[in-house]
Design a protein. Structure first.
Lengths: 220, 225, 240
């Protein structure tokens, strides 16, 4: 049945390349989440605004991000923009697409967090004489942070998985590099298994760190 | 069909239409098997048996954390090792089912646990067996409460079918079909927007319908005080 | 007859029942009163094996409730139970709620089960609410629904666990009226309750629970008007 000899040494010979690729994955993940958060913060405010234009812009962004495949979004940036003579590298396309996607989901997460804080909190703070900025910083934001912390962590893990799609357009992040290496050495199973384990370790580290941070910082 | 034409042909349109059909097919079949498997796993996790709980928890964690592309290729190359010959399409279908079962399992578990324990005790108190109370009380009540989440999973699954392309599976689903056409003609934008519209309309429409249905249903049968 | 002998029950390390002895005669109405956490509700759930016991014996009409060989599902058809809240099956109409168990457990025919449901729902005063869902009923109506549902199994004993405690005050009366009706019909009732005046008026005997045992037990009117033990006096003094 098992007419196959596993050769793990081949994988470890290419450890440096895999590590580089893993760093690229992490870099893309962190950047896309950071940018996505910044955009998401703005969008979530616009989502609650009375300005029709801003509200529709945000609603459309969120709907498009959540109702279309991430791969399609990558294609749109990579191939689609080529039609209007904007040529993006695979790195840029993946970054743009995952950021776009993150922003959509994060907007909803942040909005959910803000909606969950009852207006009574705001009123109480203003009643005590605090200025609007102080109200936000000292009363609203800490509470919102606690609610959105875990969903944002999940989004980070999701974004990391999203970067693996870059492989399809030739980007050599972890999945792409793994594919390249296994095509050179004809050891697909060993390479992909190691890649899977790396993803697992990184994701679990993120989740465990997040849980510990949450328990420590949100003890109230 | 003129496969060298730099223009969008009727053959291309049919390819995309078939692609949409394949997307549907993949979603329905892996959704069905994945839901059945996920249901069993989620149910098993509510039984008070610690080893099973943690073992299945591991399964869930692994299949929710490893990127889908890696799951596809790992499963596919693993099959080769064990000497099993399955075409890439079926291999992708099985991978998708296993992948989604991990998510369904958690949703099912939360659904079962959302039924007030007292209501279940009332059913047992009437003399119903565990299976009877599960079938007539826990499943109907729990299912209604997690319907939106489950629908969300199925829609996510539909979007994820676009990754089967990585296995070179034939016939191609919608996004792969689009990509094939794009590399030939120089009008990527229109085609991608067309494909995007398909996904968008399906997801958005179904979400709205489920939300409306859920609202009207919940008015009548929300868990009583 | 229900005989409870020296029953001990713990939840993890906490012992809740510390040697309870009690005999309940057929046809009597027994009320269990006492502070929260004194074990009254737990005892009720031990009688129909919804909770296990660590030691002691409970027999219902001669059947040992907790013996491994006992068919508990069958036993439970003799013991109707109604809880404080969340009784009703939210996805079924009142009629379906009541008809479900007779059909699935007693294997009654669909038509008979329907008639049974309509009869008992009318009996508790819900004859005009047959096709309503529990969420469309008031708290008191839901509790009466639960009572009808338990009655439809034609049990020999009814176990009632603080069935009025979660209700708004104005809804308590209708439920107590239903219970009064049941008592008059001669059904054996063991009721955990805080409604002391009701207990004095309707019960044959009252048992006062304190720290996991029956501290004092006696004829309803006597115990409530003239408690002998100090703790009982203290408890009643706080309530009345």
């Amino acid at each position: 049945m098992l007419d196959y000899r596993f050769q793990w040494r081949v994988v470890f010979k290419h450890w440096p390349e895999l590590l580089d690729a893993a760093f690229l994955t992490l870099e893309l993940t962190v950047l896309s989440v950071a940018l996505g958060l910044m955009i998401g913060l703005v969008l979530s405010v616009w989502r609650r605004s009375d300005n029709r234009l801003l509200w529709w812009f945000t609603a459309t962004w969120v709907a498009l991000a959540r109702n279309t495949p991430a791969l399609l979004q990558i294609y749109l940036f990579y191939f689609g923009l080529g039609a209007v003579s904007i040529h993006m590298s695979s790195y840029a396309a993946v970054l743009a697409a995952i950021t776009f996607n993150n922003a959509g989901y994060l907007t909803e997460i942040l909005r959910g967090g803000m909606d969950a804080i009852s207006p009574a909190q705001r009123n109480a703070a203003i009643g005590l004489g605090m200025r609007p900025v102080q109200v936000y910083v000292f009363v609203i934001i800490p509470q919102v942070l606690r609610i959105v912390f875990l969903p944002i962590t999940n989004q980070i893990v999701w974004a990391m998985m999203g970067t693996s799609l870059g492989m399809i357009i030739g980007l050599q992040e972890l999945t792409g590099m793994t594919t390249f290496l296994q095509s050179q050495t004809f050891r697909p199973f060993e390479f992909y298994l190691v890649a899977a384990v790396i993803y697992l370790i990184v994701a679990e580290s993120i989740l465990i760190t997040a849980r510990l941070t949450a328990r420590y910082s949100f003890r109230w | 069909m003129n496969s060298f034409s730099p223009v969008f042909t009727q053959g291309d349109f049919i390819l995309m239409l078939k692609g949409a059909g394949i997307t549907f097919y993949l979603t329905l079949v892996s959704g069905l098997f994945g839901t059945i498997l996920g249901f069993l796993i989620g149910w098993a996790r509510t039984v008070k048996f610690a080893p099973l709980y943690y073992l299945l928890g591991l399964y869930i964690e692994v299949f929710r954390t490893v990127p889908l592309i890696i799951q596809f290729v790992l499963f596919n190359s693993g099959l080769a090792i064990f000497g099993l010959r399955i075409d890439p399409f079926t291999s992708g279908l099985i991978s998708l089912s296993i992948y989604i079962s991990a998510y369904v399992a958690e949703v099912v578990r939360s659904g079962i646990e959302s039924v007030p324990p007292v209501t279940v005790k009332a059913a047992r108190g009437l003399g119903m067996t565990y299976l009877q109370s599960f079938r007539f009380i826990v499943v109907p009540v729990g299912a209604r409460s997690v319907l939106p989440a489950w629908t969300g999973l199925m829609l996510g699954l539909m979007k994820d079918t676009s990754l089967v392309a990585v296995l070179g599976a034939t016939p191609p689903e919608l996004l792969r079909a689009s990509q094939i056409i794009i590399t030939r003609i120089q009008e990527p934008l229109a085609i991608l927007i067309g494909a995007g519209a398909f996904y968008f309309i399906m997801c958005h429409f179904i979400t709205v319908v489920v939300n409306r249905y859920e609202k009207s249903w919940n008015e009548k049968t929300k868990v009583a005080a | 007859m229900i005989i409870i002998e020296n029953v001990h029950k713990s939840f993890g390390k906490v012992e809740v029942l510390k040697g309870v002895n009690l005999t309940v005669e057929k046809g009597e109405v027994l009320c269990l009163i006492g502070g929260s956490g004194s074990g009254k509700s737990t005892l009720l759930m031990c009688i129909n094996a919804l909770e296990t016991i660590q030691s002691g014996r409970i027999t219902v009409d001669g059947i040992d409730v907790h013996a491994p060989a006992t068919n508990r599902n069958k036993l439970r058809t003799k013991l109707g139970i109604v809880f404080q809240q969340f009784n009703a099956f939210p996805h079924l109409t009142a009629r379906a709620n009541v008809a479900l168990a007779p059909r699935q457990v007693l294997k009654t025919s669909r038509v008979e089960a329907r008639d049974l449901a309509e009869h008992y729902l009318a009996h508790v005063g819900l004859g005009d609410k047959l096709d309503h869902f529990p969420s469309q009923l008031s708290g008191g109506q839901q509790q009466r629904l639960a009572i009808a549902r338990a009655l439809a199994m034609k049990p020999d004993y009814m176990l009632l666990d603080e069935v009025t405690s979660a209700l708004d005050p104005e809804l308590v009366g209708e439920v107590l009226d239903t219970l009064r009706l049941l008592a008059e019909e001669g059904i054996t009732i063991i009721a955990v309750t805080h409604e002391i005046p009701f207990a004095r008026e309707v019960a044959d005997r009252v048992a006062f629970f304190h720290q996991g045992v029956i501290h004092e037990i006696g004829p309803a009117k006597d115990l409530i008007s003239n408690p002998q033990m100090e703790r009982t006096q203290e408890f009643l003094g706080k309530i009345l």
